[in-house]
Design a protein around this ligand. Structure first.
Ligand code: TRP
Ligand code: SF4
Length: 405
């Protein structure tokens, strides 16, 4: 799988469930990556409140409380509403419309076989997840992605199977309902945009490819189409489909942009998760951060101050690896293995580094915390932008399915 997209304006889409304050695991695992992508591609990030309902349909207040709080966490991390589009899923009913239409042709077995289906049911035993919504939610996720024709979906390994299902759903839709009806006319319009000479060259290469299998000709032509500033991404896809003779598909197959797993574990060394009670929130207050880090378990062999320890058996060391520079790491490692420092001493630079990392986040969050109206305005504007794209895709989908009567 190609995980190195070139810096074009290809579309990126991802979402998060608003089920609690975001923690440092979210920040190091996902958000830092989202922030980096916003300056490289056209990024759409949304609050997946319907997805949250699939597991929290009995505790909606959790969701209501966290929708805008989560957006503040995003802004605190450095997402910039002028660079990316931030929106709220439940305000865009087109997601539900596409979900419904995709559902018609999606075999139930596809959903039952998604590994998260059984895994989550086993894990979240206190909830009744034998619901239609829970079974269907990866298809809702497919609709979230396909409705924006996103090329890239930054997610963790645990979500890779959902992106795979999305690709299958797109392929099936394209197979069943096919291709653009006004394909030829649009191709001619794009060729005209490129000018006579370029169009002639492309026609020639296309012939060489389609009639004689000239791969070099195809490579050259696709390279040209991918980089010419005269075309937008939609036109590039269409011309590529014309070149290869496949036509232009209505829905675009996305790819997972797998996020490297966060190197930051939870306070107890397990994966950081609010439900395990081992997390530090991105905007947690200072006293609480100090308290939590001081109480972190360490190498169990260090019972007395004079006992030597092994950093590799200590979650604090994992924090040093994320937060400390080389000299501090050397100090901690030597101090641990020689009993030269105590564990509280060892933890202090970690506390300082977390507080320091938090400073710019708190500063960015402050105007939104004191004036939540701005957050709502950001989401309103982003939702308008996203909805225009979603409406456009749905018009194409309805036409392709022949339900635009
Ligand atoms: N299912 C994702 C999660 O639980 C959230 C999500 C919903 C999502 N729709 C998406 C992620 C679309 C990426 C793309 O974390
Ligand atoms: Fe962990 Fe540091 Fe204590 Fe060693 S000295 S056990 S690395 S906290």
């Amino acid at each position: 799988m190609d995980n190195n997209p070139t810096p074009t304006q290809e579309r990126v889409l991802s979402g998060m469930r608003p089920t609690g304050a975001l923690h440092l695991g979210h920040y190091h695992g996902a958000l830092k990556n989202w922030v980096r992508l916003q300056s490289e591609m056209s990024c759409y990030y949304f609050v997946a409140d319907w997805h949250a309902l699939t597991t929290h349909y009995e505790s909606r207040e959790v969701i209501a409380k966290n929708v805008y709080e989560m957006v503040i966490d995003w802004l605190a991390a450095g997402l910039d509403p002028n660079q990316c589009t931030l929106f709220l899923q439940s305000r865009i009913p087109e997601h539900a419309e596409l979900f419904t239409l995709l559902a018609m042709g999606t075999p139930i077995g596809w959903l039952e076989r998604v590994p998260t289906y059984k895994d989550q049911q086993d894990k979240l035993k206190d909830k009744d997840l034998s619901t239609y919504g829970f079974l269907g939610y990866p298809l809702l996720q497919a609709a979230d992605i396909l409705i924006y024709k996103a090329k890239w979906v930054p997610v963790g390994e645990d979500q890779a199977s959902h992106v795979e299902l999305t690709r299958e759903a797109a392929r099936r839709f394209n197979h069943l309902y096919g291709r653009e009806t006004d394909f030829e006319a649009r191709v001619q319009a794009s060729l005209a945009k490129l000018g006579k000479d370029a169009a002639k060259r492309l026609e020639k290469s296309r012939k060489a490819f389609q009639e004689a299998g000239d791969a070099k000709a195809m490579e050259g032509a696709l390279g040209f189409m991918a980089t010419t500033p005269l075309l937008d991404n939609d036109e590039r896809d269409r011309l590529a489909g014309w070149f290869k003779g496949t036509g232009k598909a209505v829905l675009v197959e996305p790819q997972a942009l797998l996020t490297e797993a966060s190197k930051l574990p939870g306070l107890d060394g397990q994966k950081m998760s609010k439900s395990y009670g081992n997390s530090i929130a991105m905007r947690e207050d200072k006293a609480s951060i100090e308290h939590k880090v001081r109480r972190m378990p360490t190498d169990p062999a260090r019972i007395k101050r004079t006992d030597v320890g092994d950093p590799n058996k200590c979650p604090v060391w994992q924090f040093h690896k994320v937060y400390s520079d080389a000299p501090t790491q050397a100090w901690a490692s030597l101090g641990c293995t020689t009993a030269g420092i105590g564990c509280l001493e060892c933890k202090q630079p970690v506390i300082d580094a977390i507080l320091k990392e938090q400073q710019p986040m708190l500063a960015r969050a402050e105007p939104y915390v004191s004036n939540p109206k701005i957050v709502r305005d950001i989401i309103d504007a982003g939702t308008d932008r996203a909805r225009a794209t979603a409406r456009q895709t749905m018009a194409e989908v309805r036409t392709a399915m022949g339900i635009d009567y």
